[in-house]
Design a protein around this ligand. Structure first.
Ligand code: CMC
Length: 433
């Protein structure tokens, strides 16, 4: 059996080698295509393009499988610890006890941000979108940590990763506190990762936030389920920016910007807005689904559909369980949960969604959990960013270690004017000045 694919064009045959992944994925290696044939590949949205080789995360979208470094999500669910998962993604294997303790200590020691950096927040209007602040502040970290603009060895990567994963929490919490006119809470070194974030978000000067095990466990799980998802839009952005040699802070700041959009991480906000619109009686769940199916209307069923999953997104299934458990434990009754369930039921039985293999994705139930915790809607995508940061770091580092890596620089099929002449201002009706 030939190990090459063959392309026939203008009477010539071009052999294109195949690349095999460890999970039976096969790719046609077209690196020599343009040189040999003059052709380029056209793939808007890059749905058929493998932009890199990666050992970090495996998704089988047809079967609804997601594994971090080979470990299925369900296995991680029984011992959830976001810090361990972050290490696993970045360094390739679960941490030893010593590695975990060292990394955790580093997260604790570096949680604070420079006082001068804190003052940057006052330059933003209180109404500033927290995602804009987060992107700006991650980039600003590069000004306060010039020692990490160049990182090469694993020890330096460990140090900068700890700073980023730790400080992103502090920055997120400060953005929230600023928006509410509340004083900033310094990180508490006695608290582990998730608890410390909740403390920075919600403690008051006169009242310490009471930590609840169920809330911490739900948030911990939510962060783990967002930690990586191979070549999604924000991670690809981090890789693209990193491919120019840009530092990790700048690359992750770009990742935040990419995540912000409603088709990506911003979908968790859009889902809640959709559920609230239905709850307010603006329309019924049935009417909303009808709108989402209408090709003359840009409305989509938010939190549904995925480029890779053509089956249940395992993260959505797990988050649905977490949301139901949390709401039951807290004794609250969020009417949006039953609306979400109703929408899901309608869509999963509708041929439009069945034919297109559209299922709930990670953003469908995450907002219900965040609302139950008391996190305001405009912070939802920020929480996604906190979760996704280890993935961004892992991909940036993997790319940096590659030999023969090249700057990302796609081509295009130009469809504009062919050569045109420059017309003088006078001929375009400009008056003499
Ligand atoms: N509601 C209604 N129709 C949809 C939806 C939806 N949510 N998603 C896809 N479709 C239709 C789409 O109109 C198209 O129909 P047709 O074949 O008749 O033209 C077909 O399904 C294929 O859709 P596509 O836009 O080609 O799919 P894509 O892979 O380019 O987009 C997506 C994937 C996630 C952007 C899209 O499904 C979507 O917009 N979903 C809603 C937003 C959302 O929930 N985003 C979160 C994604 S998961 C987490 C993350 O990445 O952050």
């Amino acid at each position: 059996m030939s190990e090459n694919a063959k392309l026939h064009y203008q009477g010539k045959e071009f052999e294109l080698p195949l690349i095999h992944g460890t999970e039976d994925e096969v790719a046609i290696d077209i690196r020599s295509l343009r040189n040999d044939s003059g052709l380029i590949a056209f793939d808007p949205g890059l749905g058929n393009t493998g932009s890199c080789k990666s050992k970090i995360t495996f998704i089988d979208g047809e079967k609804g499988v997601l594994r971090y470094r080979g470990i299925p999500l369900e296995a991680i669910e029984s011992h959830p610890n976001f810090v361990e998962v972050a290490w696993l993604l970045i360094f390739g294997s679960l941490p030893t006890r010593a590695e975990y303790q060292r990394f955790s200590r580093s997260l604790t020691d570096t949680a604070n941000i420079d006082e001068d950096m804190k003052h940057h927040f006052t330059g933003f209007p209180r109404s500033a979108p927290p995602m804009a602040e987060l992107s700006a502040m991650l980039s600003t970290l590069s000004c306060f940590h010039p020692e990490f603009l160049e990182v090469e060895d694993p020890c330096e990567v460990e140090q900068v990763a700890a700073r980023l994963i730790s400080k992103v929490r502090t920055l997120a919490a400060y953005a929230y506190r600023r928006s509410r006119g509340l004083p900033y809470n310094y990180p508490d070194p006695s608290l582990p990762y998730v608890a410390n974030f909740l403390h920075m978000m919600f403690s008051k000067p006169y009242q310490q936030y009471i930590l609840d095990d169920e809330v911490m466990s739900a948030l911990n799980m939510l962060l783990i389920l967002h930690a990586d998802h191979e070549q999604n839009c924000s991670t690809s952005t981090v890789r693209m920016v990193g491919s120019s040699g840009a530092n990790l802070f700048a690359s992750c700041a770009a990742g935040v910007s990419a995540l912000w959009g409603p088709l990506h991480g911003g979908a968790n906000v859009a889902v809640i807005e959709m559920l609230e619109a239905i709850h307010k009686g603006n329309m019924t769940a049935e009417q909303y689904v009808a709108l989402a199916k209408d090709k003359d209307n840009p409305v989509r069923l938010m939190g549904f559909g995925h480029r890779v999953y053509k089956n249940f997104d395992p993260r959505a299934t797990m988050l649905r369980e977490v949301s139901e458990k949390l709401i039951k434990k807290m004794g609250t009754n969020d009417p949006l949960l039953s609306i979400a369930r109703r929408l899901e039921e309608i869509a999963l039985n509708d041929s439009y969604f069945i034919d297109r293999q559209l299922y709930p994705n990670v953003d469908f139930y995450s907002g219900i959990i965040l609302r139950a915790i008391g996190i305001p809607t405009n912070m939802f995508t920020v929480i996604f960013a906190i979760g996704r940061l280890p993935g961004w770091i892992a991909h940036w580092y993997e790319q940096k270690q590659e030999t023969g890596g090249r700057i990302w620089r796609p081509r295009q099929v130009y469809t504009g004017n062919t050569r045109s002449s420059y017309s003088s201002r006078a001929s375009r009706g400009w008056e003499e000045v």
